[in-house]
Design a protein around this ligand. Structure first.
Ligand SMILES: Nc1ncnc2c1ncn2[C@@H]1O[C@H](COP(=O)(O)OP(=O)(O)OP(=O)(O)O)[C@@H](O)[C@H]1O
Ligand SMILES: [Mg+2]
Length: 237
């Protein structure tokens, strides 16, 4: 289907599109094709699983709109009158005549509660989505047994994306650095590294969970200072 939409997927994109893993985390470089592959996956599910509910979550309204625009482009490229047709469309939502719905949600908790029976939940730029939001969307998969896919560049050693990547069990984990992306020129990358400096380069292109620049103590030092044998003060447990 991706090829029919004019996109020859990279190996990791094909792998994601073919995978039936219930939980997947993709730690990806900037511009590696995260949003593109998310759009294809969402459209595929909507077309071939009638009555499915697909939610796309990203940190801001602008990013959700952008993702949705990509998704419409993919669908329009398919150009097949025999496919399920959109019957209701808005800037952030499409409903097809096979009963499937794709809804893009901006990263605001208030607008998100209320969906249930979600078949596929895709969180784009997941490292920048807040923990409270993540906790409020996970239950939507409980009854439906739906799939969840997190795609993101790293954003410091904090938050659910970092925690799931490092300690999460039952996740299929895939990392795609910029030098593994065939569309990112090696010479360009070298110059970019000089331009933006090592810290940004390691985060944005090499997918490293680097410390935030303004933290006084490193995450590893704080973790090393923890001691579970010490009784908490004031009876807090
Ligand atoms: N398999 C592919 N073949 C050709 N072009 C692709 C492929 N995957 C992605 N692209 C193109 O690469 C560019 C970046 O893709 P996309 O926006 O999906 O990446 P991203 O990882 O979401 O980027 P960002 O980090 O900026 O959000 C787009 O122009 C997209 O059309
Ligand atoms: Mg993107």
């Amino acid at each position: 289907m991706a090829r029919r939409a004019g996109i020859t997927p990279d190996a990791w994109q094909s792998d994601l599109l073919r995978s039936d893993a219930k939980q997947m985390i993709l730690l990806c470089s900037r511009q590696s094709g995260k949003s593109t592959v998310s759009s294809i996956l969402a459209i595929h599910e909507a077309i071939y699983q009638p009555d499915s509910l697909i939610l796309l979550l990203s940190p801001s309204l602008r990013q959700s709109q952008e993702l949705f625009r990509k998704l419409k482009d993919v669908y329009n490229e398919l150009d097949a009158p025999t496919l399920p047709q959109p019957i209701e469309e808005s800037a952030l939502r499409t409903e097809f005549d096979n009963g499937s719905r794709i809804i893009a949600l901006p990263g605001k908790e208030a607008t998100i509660r209320g969906f249930s029976g979600v078949d596929l939940l895709i969180i784009d730029e997941a490292s920048r989505v807040g923990d409270a939001l993540y906790q409020s969307v996970r239950p939507m998969l409980a009854v439906s047994g739906g799939r969840i896919i997190l795609l993101s560049t790293p954003f410091g050693k904090r938050g659910f994306f970092y925690n799931e990547w490092t300690d999460g069990e039952d996740w299929r984990k895939v990392k795609i650095t910029a030098d593994e992306c065939p569309r990112i020129d090696k010479e360009w990358l070298k110059r970019e590294r000089q331009m933006i400096g090592d810290w940004w380069y390691r985060q944005e292109y090499m997918c490293e969970f680097v410390e935030t620049t303004d933290s006084v103590f490193s995450y590893d030092d704080i973790q090393a200072a923890m001691d579970s044998t010490i009784e908490p003060l004031f009876g807090v447990s």
